[in-house]
Design a protein around this ligand. Structure first.
Ligand SMILES: [Zn+2]
Length: 147
């Protein structure tokens, strides 16, 4: 199983039967077939194994990485989240209330309320709509908070 993990990690995906060859894999797929009956069975056993509690290792696609993502969101605000923040704040700056609807010079930004560099998460509850003027002002206050 450890060998399968290595191969999986190297490929960053499930290895194909034909890919289970040296030097990528220590054991060929045939070895797994003899051990588990079929290659498919071997993969099923493998999935069970990696999902079991006592497996200690890191896999690119497994749960531990997803957990990490939950703990630390990326700094960038994706388009969908950006839109949700704007819509929640009615497309207005939450400090001065300026809106591009009234003033075409107004550019709205999505700002981290608790700065990302200080551990703030990129989640809708920690994001607010600011116009560029207020965003710059806030950045000065926080010194290291930049967009
Ligand atoms: Zn503003």
């Amino acid at each position: 199983m450890k060998n399968l993990i290595d191969v999986w990690t190297k490929l960053e995906r499930q290895p194909k039967y034909a890919e289970m060859v040296k030097p990528l894999s220590i054991y060929c797929a045939g070895t797994y077939e003899r051990r588990f009956g079929t290659w498919r069975k071997a993969l099923e056993t493998f999935v069970e194994y990696v999902n079991s509690e006592n497996a200690e290792y890191e896999l690119p696609n497994n749960k531990s990485l997803q957990k990490k993502k939950e703990q630390r969101t990326s700094r960038g605000v994706n388009l969908r989240l950006r839109f949700m923040v704007f819509r929640r704040d009615n497309f207005k700056c939450t400090i001065c209330g300026k809106s591009p609807a009234n003033d075409s010079a107004v550019i709205l930004h999505v700002d981290h309320i608790h700065p990302w560099v200080k551990g703030g998460q990129t989640v809708i509850d920690n994001l607010q709509t600011l116009c560029s003027g207020c965003n710059v002002g806030k950045s000065d206050l926080n010194m290291i908070e930049t967009k």
